[in-house]
Design a protein around this ligand. Structure first.
Ligand SMILES: C[S@@+](CC[C@H](N)C(=O)[O-])C[C@H]1O[C@@H](n2cnc3c(N)ncnc32)[C@H](O)[C@@H]1O
Length: 190
């Protein structure tokens, strides 16, 4: 994760989640994992919406340090590798925002999804907000981080052990200020 560590102090993430969609599927008392939480931007947004049982994990220690400085009340944890340090069926919901976007390897993505599936309770909600593109391109961002804006069908195709309940395509600014397609998916563990 050294690339993310290098930019952790100055990067500003901006992909938005769809709050009404998330709130309609995830009750306030839910135990939620924000996987790839970065500096806790979305975790803190969820806290502000009234969710209290939140854990954010990220592979970049510097991101977590920044998050703990900015939001000392949040439970943000550095995670050096999988498996996740949580028992099976621990969470009512898992959220990822622009995380699979930064995992340019399909095998690695599937490994992560298997873990997210394991820690979700039966019928638990998986909410993904990810950048994508119709032609699916891999590139290195201006910050030197590998990215994969994969085709929406590739992202949806990874969710074989989930039931997709909602899929929305939107346009969103990227970190570099360009606009890109993004996808919001709300799925439930089968
Ligand atoms: C674009 S940032 C998004 C951060 C946050 N979700 C947000 O939207 O503000 C992607 C984050 O995913 C983390 N990440 C990438 N691969 C990861 C992995 N395999 N395990 C945990 N975190 C990972 C990176 O360290 C980085 O902080």
């Amino acid at each position: 994760m050294s690339n993310w560590d290098d930019v952790a102090e100055r990067v500003v993430f901006n992909l938005e989640i769809s709050v009404p969609d998330f709130q309609s599927a995830v009750p306030l008392k839910s135990k939620i994992l924000d996987f790839g939480c970065g500096y806790g931007r979305v975790t803190n947004q969820l806290y502000g919406l009234g969710f209290r049982d939140l854990i954010g994990v990220d592979a970049s220690e510097s991101m977590i340090c920044r998050g703990l400085n900015a939001f000392p009340t949040l439970d943000l944890r550095h995670l050096s590798d999988l498996p996740l340090p949580f028992p099976d069926q621990s969470f009512d919901a898992v959220i990822t925002c622009a995380v699979f976007t930064c995992v340019p390897d399909q095998t690695e993505r599937v490994k992560i999804l298997d873990e997210l599936h394991r820690v979700l309770k039966p019928n638990g909600v998986l909410y993904l907000a990810e950048f994508c593109s119709d032609d699916g391109h891999k590139f290195t961002s201006g910050m030197g981080v590998s990215m994969w804006h994969s085709q929406p069908k590739v992202i949806e195709g990874m969710l074989t052990s989930f039931e997709v309940e909602l899929l929305k395509a939107v346009q969103s600014p990227t970190m570099s200020g360009h606009f890109s397609e993004a996808i919001h998916i709300l799925a439930r563990k089968n």
